[in-house]
Design a protein around this ligand. Sequence first.
Ligand SMILES: C[S@@+](CC[C@H](N)C(=O)[O-])C[C@H]1O[C@@H](n2cnc3c(N)ncnc32)[C@H](O)[C@@H]1O
Ligand code: SF4
Length: 463
Amino acid sequence: MSIVTNFPLNEKSVEEFVRILLPEAIGKDIKGEVIYSENKILIKVEIDGKNATIEEENFESLIHDQSIIMLKGAILKAFNKNYSWGSLVGVRPTKMTRRFFQMGFTKERVVKLLNNMYLTSFEKIDLLMRVIETEERLLNKKAMNMYIGIPFCPSKCRYCSFASYEINSSLGRFYPKFVETLLDEIKLVGELSKEKKFNYESIYIGGGTPSILTANDTERVLKAIHEHIDLSNVKEFTFEAGREDAITREKLEILKKYCVDRVSLNPQTFKEETLKDLNRTFNREHFDEVYRDIKELQFILNMDIILGLPGENVYDILNTLEELKKYDIENLTVHSLAKKKGSILYHENFEESEVERLIVEGAINNLVKEKGMQPYYMYRQKNSLEWGENVGYSILGAESRFNIEMIEENQQTMGLGGGAISKSIHKDTEYNDQIERLVNPKDPALYIAEMRLRHNKKIKFFS
Ligand SMILES: C[S@@+](CC[C@H](N)C(=O)[O-])C[C@H]1O[C@@H](n2cnc3c(N)ncnc32)[C@H](O)[C@@H]1O
Ligand code: SF4
């Protein structure tokens, strides 16, 4: 593939774009021309004998890569592609859109920009606007959040690439030492946080599957958090319980005792055959029992589902959405299956499921409307369904601040445990932050061996 343009661009980014969104154009030569007139930019594209143009007001003083964005849009146009997200791939669309507002664009102008330059549909633009409205109410740059990663699961789901290992695998033998190391890390982070007067607003224990911790270890970890971390400004405390096969009433009571107020119980799908194929055990009776316990103990409850799981057709998805109606939940997170390199599925060349977008979206909209929920955070992933997005819905007042802050990369994050990422955020240019990351090893043996060393790095990282 040759890319010839009369303006500078990063060819790799265009090649990656074509690889993901236009596989039929891989290897085709691209000619792009930018023409400036008074206050306008016109982009002309020629690819595989097809031509397209996009014209827009010149905003290059604010949007430095405007011609590249328009070039990508014009390539899609040349192939008559009507993707609902247009050329918005592998980005955080809400973060980008919020930046347009920070630059002083009016809502009307932002809508026009997204539709004309990125070819994003008005339906998706509406979703973005609704999410941003809620986010703006809750974002708080002055505070911090804390993430604790528990990198063990009862079994490894074939679609998953998260930092987690089967508890019964050879790495499972590190579990006891992992817990001891985590307790030490909580103490060290407590000292650092007191010294720096870090103000935590949300705490999230995720993974992996945190409910894999024994009841005794759950209590020890939560007790250590209460002992060493100043929780006086914490507005939400989440324990991503996740899998029904790891949760017990006893563990839920411990969570309650230590002020955890949000949990998740994730079906992913209610088709048990799919779950079995994906190496995920599931017992509907126990799931319902855990659900009743969660409601009785009055946690805010989230459920995760995934669209496009292998072997599932539109009726299976509609059935999962129908089943969800039976549960009184405050949050629902709808993921589109992403083909992640680190997952088992990625290497199995599985047959992708066709998901009929309009039918599924219509059913999701009806479900959340019935539950009185609004979309409150969203992100897209590379290699997920072409139209796909991950959207968190919530009833008013039960939105997770942690999820919003993570997606918007707005707050500093203190990461503890396996695979946890600490983030330090500094202002870079007027409308851009510079984000530095410090990653804890996800391999429990490495985490155990290096925790103290890494903590010393963390002290410098946050200084
Ligand atoms: C970090 S996982 C932890 C949740 C918990 N261990 C569980 O499985 O219930 C968070 C969520 O990411 C979603 N997820 C994981 N892998 C995915 C993939 N490849 N594509 C789309 N969603 C995925 C699932 O819905 C999962 O519940
Ligand atoms: S989806 Fe959850 S339970 Fe399954 S492997 Fe990933 S983290 Fe573990």
